[in-house]
Design a protein around this ligand. Structure first.
Ligand SMILES: [Zn+2]
Ligand SMILES: [Zn+2]
Length: 348
């Protein structure tokens, strides 16, 4: 089969590799769609994990082989996959810190080499511990929608980590695909969203996704504007969906006492930034982070996406065939004003 193999920093090659063999507890899925995710881009660009690997973890496709011991899945089922599934039993899981669970940290979906998602290949093997993360896609929904379950899950998880009351005002910094997901899900949760971005067309989109107000992130008076919108009190929470330390500082300024700032895009280790810690200690401004998905939200996410209460289709602006995965990754790494979610697709 064809697969896009990571051979080193910024080096993705289309190669012919064996179709994965499955064991009696596995399923084999023919990939139809796989989203390009910033965490994969980071690994490809910074070389944080050793090659060779086949990346791609926002995967949807059709089941083409079912291991003899597998129950609940049939040939031809159209499914969305989750490459990380927690054990639900360990110390971390009992604290709902699923992303820190050892089982969760193992990637259970592979197209060959060290399991790394495998979605940039024609077929992926799903190991037994990832089967609970396989979600069936209703007939009326597309593989593209199925491929967005995982990123929507990561955002819903983060929304639920913030202590919010209906009617609260939440700042969402950055209106790329992830920021727009925050805007939409916070709106659905009853919040007043103030969306910021540098690009005017993204602010227009943010309105369509339910933002209450929008503002240009580069405005020199942004903090004052945010204060004014909250009658001087400050926003209840802020989501930093771009890896900007300046945005974090600004958000800390605009936050009310006791409010929460959530980091979602600061994923590169070793970067330090000065912070006024009295804002945390005296003003009780809480600083939290969220990473990856929450397995227990899977049903809720599937319902939101598949009923189109959260219609994710407008988020998908570009699709590329498998052979052009490198171009897809390049576009997602350096988005244009018009580009949002980029997906690698294959004939179903
Ligand atoms: Zn992802
Ligand atoms: Zn666990």
């Amino acid at each position: 089969m064809s697969a896009v193999v990571y051979r080193g920093v910024d080096d993705l090659r289309v190669e012919t590799v064996p179709v994965p063999r499955i064991a009696s507890g596995d399923i084999l899925v023919r990939v139809a769609a796989c989203g390009v995710c910033p965490t994969d881009i980071k690994k490809i660009h910074y070389g944080t994990v050793p090659p060779p690997r086949i990346f791609g973890h926002e995967t949807a496709g059709t089941i083409v082989k079912v291991g003899a011991k597998v129950r609940g899945f049939r040939l031809g089922d159209r499914v969305g996959l989750h490459h990380h599934v927690p054990c639900l039993k360990c110390h971390f899981c009992r604290h709902r810190a699923f992303a820190q669970c050892e089982t969760y940290k193992r990637t259970g979906i592979t197209a060959g080499f060290e399991p790394s998602g495998g979605g940039y290949a024609e077929y992926v093997r799903v190991l037994p511990f990832c089967l609970p993360g396989v979600v069936k896609i209703p007939a009326k929904n597309s593989f593209l929608e199925g491929a967005l379950l995982e990123p929507v899950n990561t955002v819903l998880k983060a929304v639920k980590m913030m202590p919010l009351l209906a009617g609260d005002t939440v700042l969402v910094v950055g209106q790329g695909p992830i920021g727009l997901m925050f805007t939409r899900l916070l709106k659905l949760a009853g919040m007043n969203v103030i969306a910021t971005d540098l690009l005017p067309n993204r602010l227009v989109l943010a309105k369509k996704f339910g933002a209450w107000r929008t503002a240009n992130a580069a405005s020199p008076t942004l903090v004052e504007e945010l204060k004014k919108l909250t009658r001087g009190r400050g926003v209840d929470a802020a989501v930093i969906a771009v890896p900007s330390d300046a945005a974090l500082k600004q958000a800390q300024e605009a936050l009310r006492g006791g409010g929460t700032t959530l980091l979602f895009a600061h994923t590169v280790r070793g970067k330090e930034t000065p912070l006024d810690l009295a804002k945390v200690c005296v003003d009780e401004k809480v600083l939290i982070g969220s990473y990856s998905s929450d397995f227990t939200l899977q049903r809720e996410v599937a319902r939101l996406v598949f009923t189109r209460k959260f219609d994710v289709r407008p988020l998908i602006t570009h699709t590329f065939p498998l052979e052009e995965t490198a171009a897809a990754v390049a576009l997602a790494a350096k988005p244009t004003p018009e580009s949002l979610k980029v997906i690698v697709t294959q004939p179903a």
